[in-house]
Design a protein around this ligand. Structure first.
Ligand code: G16
Length: 543
């Protein structure tokens, strides 16, 4: 074994987006591409001598090859120990959990989250810091700057290590521990939720389907829901992680998890349905013929958090991303706790969680989590709902309807225009920004504009700031239209239009969502001329 220094040259485009560096698999397979990025991470971290790193991914195509490369580079940089999930598998929340539990200096997550996998699909890399959460922008920008000037990287020429059996091995001076990917995570869940009550629920005949979407959460769900909680075998479907996710688009929303939605609409549907995404940090909650919006899910869990032992002491605060509906704000107000509004990206919750300002966090993009780790956590949200269902004995729809009756309903939808021409999307946003100063006071389809701006954020803990985080048009009646460009796509640009309208009257709580939002949808088109700019008359995905 010897450590080699390899000459390289900068490869453009290695700036991490909303959540790490995401590109087509083919891009990552180019010579030096992965190595350049990892070397840039190690340059940014400085001295890695004697430290512990956590390494794992969602099992998608290229995961195994990337793990061997990263192990060789970690060995060349003096790491004392790397904890790798067996088979290269670790969900994003499990990485966060393992970093914190084993006091590692950080972790590398190999995932492009909900983006499709396989040789023609996407791949991604994210660095997580010692607190367990995604690296803040100061770190990701430093990584990017190193990638622009890189001339060489260091790597061991050691042979591949067997990562398919729990145990330990050695590479250069570095110890490699292959760990059970589920054990630490399952132990944490057991401390947070009332497993006894959930076990009783299943023993009483309660039925559920958890759709693992052939991605990483299957093994976690099988071990916890079928194993520890006693749900019958077959409760977890699509539970084997496959390199191409079995052709699924592992994004748990009613469009991509159509199989589960159809199942939940059958006459003999299970009592409860849930799905998680590629890397296990997203969740979708479904009742019989009824899906719960992620924004409502956050608000409902916050309002009922006392059912779970881990949250009985009360919540310190709630945080949500700006485009997420304001349903959680109403709960925070009722509880007398603050509600923080951050830019899109889980990384913005980290400082609030570390400082003890927020306990629960959530995003409209099917992400919910808490201060138990520093990532959003799909299975955690599902277990929280199971705990709630066990504590109340009520069906999902009844719990949601009761919540709306108390707080009003925030009708909510996101319209995505995917893979549009990047320049056309840029122009659309630029035109919108020009209009912002004159929108206040105008009437858009009966909605009078209160204010319109481009969301900017200053972190209340460390004072860091972020500009141009989404154009929002806020009406006097409390409804909102938000426009932003996705930071996670890999093809052209994705325009997201978020629509929200608060309805206090319970008699109006059961309308079809798109119908309830029709006047805002028309207003969104008239202000931004979406069809003219993008050439698209309708969105590609509506959630
Ligand atoms: C990532 C981020 C989330 C964000 C989502 C969508 O999720 O961690 O914070 O809400 O992307 O971002 P965008 O609207 O920019 O595409 P994940 O699950 O993909 O890691």
């Amino acid at each position: 074994m010897a450590i080699q220094t390899i000459t390289t040259h900068p490869i453009p485009g290695q700036r991490p987006g909303t959540s790490g560096l995401r590109k087509k698999v083919g891009t990552f397979q180019q010579p030096h591409y992965l190595e350049n990025f990892i070397q840039s991470v190690f340059y940014t971290l400085g001295d890695c001598e004697g430290k512990t790193l956590v390494l794992g991914g969602d099992g998608r195509y290229h995961n195994r090859a990337a793990i061997q490369t990263i192990l060789r580079m970690a060995a060349a940089h003096g790491y004392a120990r790397v904890l790798v999930g067996r088979g290269g598998i670790l969900s994003t929340p499990a990485v966060s959990c393992v970093i914190r539990k084993h006091q590692a200096s950080g972790g590398i997550v190999l995932s492009a989250s909900h983006n499709p996998g396989g040789p023609d699909g996407d791949f991604g890399i994210k660095y997580n810091i010692a607190a367990g959460g995604p690296a803040p922008e100061s770190v990701t920008e430093a990584i990017f700057h190193h990638s622009e000037t890189i001339t060489q990287y260091r790597i061991s020429d050691a042979a591949d290590i067997d990562i398919d059996r729990v145990g330990s091995g050695q590479m250069e001076q570095m110890r490699i521990e292959v760990i059970d990917p589920v054990a630490d995570y399952a132990e944490l869940m057991q401390r947070l939720f009332d497993f006894g009550a959930i076990r009783k629920l299943f023993a009483g005949g309660f039925t559920m389907r958890f759709d693992g979407m052939s991605a990483v959460s299957g093994p976690y769900a099988k071990a916890i829901i079928e194993g520890m909680l006693g749900a019958p075998a077959g409760t977890v479907i699509n539970g084997e992680p496959l390199e191409d996710f079995g052709g699924h688009h592992p994004d748990p929303n009613p469009v991509n998890a159509a199989q589960l939605i159809a199942l939940m609409a059958e006459d003999d549907a299970p009592d409860f349905g849930a799905a998680s995404d590629g890397d296990g940090d997203r969740n979708m909650i479904v009742g019989r013929r009824f899906d719960v919006t992620p924004s409502d899910s956050l608000a409902i869990l916050a309002a009922n958090s006392g059912v779970a032992p881990g949250y009985r002491a009360g919540l310190k605060g709630i945080a949500r991303s700006m485009p997420t509906s304001r349903a959680a704000d109403r709960v925070a107000e009722a509880l007398g706790i603050p509600c923080y509004e951050t830019p899109t990206g889980w990384k913005y919750f980290g400082t609030l969680l570390d400082a003890g300002l927020a306990t629960l966090c959530g995003e409209e993009s099917y992400g919910t989590g808490s201060d138990h780790i520093r990532e959003k956590d799909g299975l955690w949200a599902v277990l929280f709902w199971l705990n709630l269902l066990a504590a109340t004995g009520k069906p999902v729809e009844e719990i949601v309807a009761a919540h709306w009756a108390r707080f009003g309903r925030n009708y909510y939808s996101r319209h995505d225009y995917e893979a549009v021409d990047a320049e056309a999307a840029r122009l659309l946003m630029a035109d919108l920004r020009i209009k912002l100063p004159v929108l206040a006071g105008t009437v858009l389809n009966t909605h009078e504009v209160d204010f319109a701006d481009d969301f900017a954020y200053t972190d209340p803990v460390d004072g860091s700031s972020a500009q141009q985080q989404g154009v929002r048009i806020v009406m006097k009646d409390g409804s909102r239209i938000v426009y932003r460009l996705s930071g996670t796509g890999t093809e052209g640009a994705t325009l997201r239009v978020y629509l929200e309208l608060h309805e206090a009257d319970p008699a109006q709580h059961h309308r079809p969502t798109q119908q309830a939002l029709a006047s805002l949808i028309a207003a969104a088109e008239s202000v931004a001329s979406i069809a003219m700019h993008t050439g698209r008359a309708t969105p590609t995905v509506i959630t």
